[in-house]
Design a protein around this ligand. Sequence first.
Ligand SMILES: [Zn+2]
Ligand SMILES: [Zn+2]
Length: 446
Amino acid sequence: MELNFFCNIKYILSLSVLTDSTNTHPMYRAIFYLLINTCPLFNATPLAAQVSVPENVSSEVFSIYKNIHQNPELGKKEYKTSKLVKDKLTEFGYTDFFTVNSLPTAVVAILDTKREGAVIALRSELDGRPGHEKTNLEYASKDSATMHSCGHDAHTSCLLGAAKLLMQHKSELKGKIIFIFQPAEETPGGADDIVNEGVLKKLGIQKMFTLHSVDGLAVGSVTIESGYFLAGSNYFTINMNGTGSHAAAPYLGNDIPVVCSKLVTELTSFPSRNTDVSMRPCVISVAYIATGDIKASNVLPDNATIKGTIRAYDPIDSAYDGQPSLRNLINSKVDRFAKDYQVTCNTTITTGSPSTYNDPDLFNTVTPKLKSIFSGNVIADNYRGLFSEDFSYYTKEVPCLYFGLGIQKDNLGNQNIHTNLFSVHPDAFKYGIELYCDLAFISNKK
Ligand SMILES: [Zn+2]
Ligand SMILES: [Zn+2]
């Protein structure tokens, strides 16, 4: 208690000096920082975590990670990974598994303390992504077309480590802890299948937690925000048709490559020129362009295809503050464009994951407690991004929190997620295991 008190005092003093920095002489500020950062009283270690992660568990988890990392599998085909997870859980003493009929590779294990208490779920993902790993790590993917470029192998390994430790600490817990190893986060039908099958309701899950690797975030740090912080994903395809011509006489046709390029520019600049993006964050990116069927240099083709994504917090079919829905705005824009350039455009927009929401009440309850027990650094800085995540389906059902996990140290963990250079530093694992355990203890400590 005393140690936390002095840590809090240090924080308040630091804040007051920082906020008053214009009036404080630099010399006094330097003396202050020297005092506060060297005095043992102010730099006492915060209260120890309920579960400290032993070195042998971290190293076991890292070898599990290397195994999964070398053998990545795509969504709904995670057969070997699923078996490995279930075998490990069985080895750790788990006997109670819930079958998800629509997802044969899902592994759902139940730790039932047989004591009255909350039913919480901790979730990780099983699937890899298409891609050829180029990290040159000795444990790089053995599959030249598939790799774990989103860190799901790290999350699953950390959750296994937490499952092992929480089973060992079962006598200190109450209620139930459900471990959900979810397939197909990267492709349609992972979290939404679990929700649609009624798994949360059948198991009585009252709240859920997860973590996700954040490239560039230092090992030992975790991030958490309140409210909406990740966007919903939507995907579009536009098929454009017109008249082709010889490349030497573009005036005889629609010059589809030029018209298609103009539409790409119009679409990508669309959100900031047609909506108030400060109130209604949205980005449209075109990721694929193809024109014509003949790859000739002297023919202007008569068709083109554009594909891309629309990321926004608002559901694509919801009107907002007197403005039409994003779907209607985009459809009208493309229709006007087609008319102006005398081509036809057939637009299809499909919806992906909704936006992800961290429950503010759960955030307010859990964050201060986590700050007092987590051995690393908890950053609650209102980060928002236009990435998307299928954990959002759970956030529509029960109060949830989604944490960012620091994975960067030295020259690992600093390359972007989803790239073929993505990696996770080995020192990140003990913090991931600890975070899952801390969240279980905060909710279900006896
Ligand atoms: Zn991903
Ligand atoms: Zn991911």
